[in-house]
Design a protein around this ligand. Structure first.
Ligand SMILES: [Zn+2]
Length: 137
């Protein structure tokens, strides 16, 4: 176990030098947490940045997490609705008329459930997306 205190040397990421470098501890947050450090190379005083933590944060981007969550929720809803739905699926053609709760089979999107009637269109929940389709023509 390593114990830190002011005046000791520690490896910290330096924002100015853009490198993990030797720093001298200026102040401690508490007995186990390093507060401020001074860069031995450029003499800049800044908050301690763990070089390992820094590289981990770069890898996980917030946008990919958000995208993945959205895909899961549509998929989950689809699985739930398909589980509840009873009856045979109807092959989707533009001439067929559909109602809420109908299961249809689309040649490009696969099986879907009619969620809503929007004007002369139907809102259909497919495994990966929700689509508006024309019907009853
Ligand atoms: Zn520096």
């Amino acid at each position: 176990m390593t114990s830190y205190s002011a005046g000791k040397e520690v490896l910290s990421y330096c924002g100015k030098c853009k490198l993990p470098l030797g720093h001298t501890i200026v102040a401690m947050k508490d007995t186990h947490t390093i507060g401020k450090v001074k860069c031995n190379t450029c003499q800049a005083v800044h908050m301690y940045k763990d070089p390992a933590t820094k590289s981990k944060r770069v890898k996980s981007s917030a946008t990919t997490t958000r995208k993945r969550k959205k895909a899961i929720s549509v998929n989950d809803l689809w699985i739930e609705e398909m589980g509840k739905a009873a009856g045979k699926s109807i092959k989707y053609t533009i001439r067929e008329t559909f109602n809420v709760g109908d299961i249809l089979d689309h040649k490009s999107f696969g099986p879907g459930i009619v969620q809503n009637l929007v004007d002369d269109k139907i809102e259909v929940l497919f495994q990966h997306e929700i689509k508006l389709l024309v019907h009853g023509k």
